[in-house]
Design a protein around this ligand. Structure first.
Ligand code: ACM
Ligand code: ZN
Length: 518
């Protein structure tokens, strides 16, 4: 595909649907005023704060009704006729005298602001003042997303990164127009969310004595950390200002060794457990036969629901061995009492009970694709990651909902030789064989980062970037407007932006080395 002239001048990721570059330029200066309506005051402040560090300009914000022929204005406005727009869409018009961003919702306007930021020279990302002319080409842009679920998952159980790093991720997610942050907060190697009714979950479950390294030796480096409920509320608020919904994941009934270290009576056999120091699939899981396990989960989820406003709550459900259930009299009694066929059915019994509980609270369950079963409740959302695509397709064709996180393209913790940038870019979340009438059942795409072997922020960012930019474009831009060569060209300037934001990334030499012809 040939690039148009427009794209030689402007360089935006994810690529907008329609860009028309015109004659002339707009220059931001001391006299520029932001004019807006009461519903967009927060977005106006956000825009002002985005522009201030690099430009040194403290733009005035005034009510749009005061507009009296001022020139050099940035107008943020809501288009009354909502039908014109996708709720996340926007129109951005840059002319010599001013800029106008229109959306049918504050979220749409917010995305227009992020596109505007990318129209400015990369130096706009600088955290300190730069003396230069802040000019952009006169442009007309119309834009809206392909999918309404554009997600990123971070595993903070295996390694804990903390509030500042999460906020930094939320910032970059917002600028790439992501709207879901899936927070993997519990696993075998660490429980990272304060639950007031079960204090040992964090007192014991958030600490491990070390990690078994590649030479099969315990490294002796303790890993710990968790979020208080207050810190989580702060982060949820920070995300909400960026139109990002945070979906918490409490992974059950497998991947629970950290919880069992705190409360061993939730297992089939009892005994004593340690927060796990190695990685993989563990046989110690929650007992499905004991009622106190359901009491525990409901108590935990009650606290989770009090903190997280998200309608959707993720309960994991991946990689659950049945070994313990086979040997447990309580689990076997449950199978008999419920008329289940085997241990396999114990998991769907478990998932449905939790799903019904969540539904009774006005929420909705999401789980990894292992929750799928012909008896699964209808409203459960499946997150596809590997293996059973056919089963997932059946789920979709039954008008059930799915989010796609295909492991071999979207697990960004994998090395670049396993998942080169072009593989992530070219991956499409809609399976080719799926009839168009079912496409709406796929909510969207989500990239995941598992952190078993990622111990620090530099490494974390190096794995995520630039592959997350490729996912951003797939989530937002229509398939027929995507083009890898164009993306690579635009990436050059985005990498400079990341550098100015002090975000580490794999360089072009590093990620291109592994590209195969796909
Ligand atoms: C997963 O990767 N176990 C969801
Ligand atoms: Zn049991």
């Amino acid at each position: 595909m040939m690039e148009t002239k427009s794209n030689d001048i402007i360089s935006i990721i994810p690529k907008p649907i329609k860009v028309d570059v015109k004659q002339g330029i707009f220059t931001l200066n001391n006299n520029t005023v932001i004019l807006t309506v009461p519903d967009l005051k927060k977005q106006a402040e956000y825009l002002k704060n985005l522009m201030a560090p690099a430009t040194g300009l403290e733009l005035d914000i005034e009510d749009l009704s005061k507009k009296d022929g001022n020139i050099n204005t940035i107008i943020l406005n809501i288009e009354e006729n909502e039908k014109v727009f996708n709720p996340e869409g926007y129109k951005l018009e840059v002319s010599q005298g001013g800029i106008e961003i229109l959306g049918s919702t504050p979220q749409g306007v917010f995305y227009g602001i992020h596109t505007l930021r990318q129209l400015f020279p990369v130096e706009i990302e600088s955290s300190s003042k730069i003396d230069m002319e802040w000019s952009i080409p006169c442009t007309s842009i119309e834009d809206s997303p392909r999918f309404f679920w554009r997600g990123f998952m971070l595993d903070e159980s295996r390694h804990f990164f903390g509030k500042d790093i999460v906020k930094k991720m939320l910032d970059v997610m917002a600028s790439l127009k992501f709207n879901v942050f899936h927070w993997h907060l519990t696993d075998d190697q660490g429980w990272r969310i304060e639950i007031k009714k079960y204090p040992l979950l964090t007192e014991i479950g958030s600490k491990r004595k070390g990690t078994i390294n590649s030479r099969k030796k315990l490294d002796g480096i303790p890993i710990s950390g968790y979020y208080t409920q207050e810190e989580i509320r702060e982060i949820i608020g920070y995300a909400a200002e960026r139109f990002i919904t945070i979906i918490p994941e409490i992974d059950v009934p497998g991947h629970v060794k950290a919880a069992l270290a705190a409360y061993p009576e939730l297992s089939c056999k009892g005994g004593s457990f340690e927060v796990c120091t190695h990685f993989g699939i563990l046989e110690d899981v929650l007992c499905i036969g004991k009622e106190k396990v359901f009491d525990f989960i409901q108590d935990v989820l009650n606290e989770v629901m009090e903190i997280f406003p998200s309608e959707i709550i993720h309960i994991g459900g991946d990689e659950v061995p049945r070994t313990r259930w086979k040997e447990c009299s309580d689990c076997q009694a449950r199978i008999n009492k419920e008329g289940l066929e085997s241990e396999v059915d114990l998991q769907v019994y478990f998932t449905n009970r939790i799903a019904n509980f969540l539904t009774s609270q006005g929420r909705r369950l999401m789980g990894w694709n292992e929750i799928l079963n012909k008896n699964l409740v209808k409203n459960a959302i499946c997150q596809y990651w590997e293996n059973n695509l056919n089963e997932v397709l059946e789920h979709i064709k039954n008008n059930r909902n799915t989010v796609i996180s295909e492991r071999v393209a979207l697990y960004l913790n994998y090395r670049y030789d396993l998942i080169p940038l072009n593989k992530t870019y070219k991956y499409d979340p809609i399976p080719e064989e799926l009839d168009i009438k079912f496409h709406k059942n796929i909510f969207g795409i989500e990239a995941c980062v598992w952190t078993e072997h990622i111990t620090n922020i530099k490494e974390l960012e190096w794995r995520i970037f630039p592959r997350l930019l490729a996912v951003a474009e797939t989530g937002w831009t229509p398939k027929n407007k995507k083009d890898f060569q164009s993306f690579l060209t635009r990436l050059d300037s985005y990498l400079q932006r990341l550098a100015l934001q002090k975000i580490n990334f794999a360089t072009k030499d590093e990620f291109r080395k592994y590209e195969k012809t796909l």
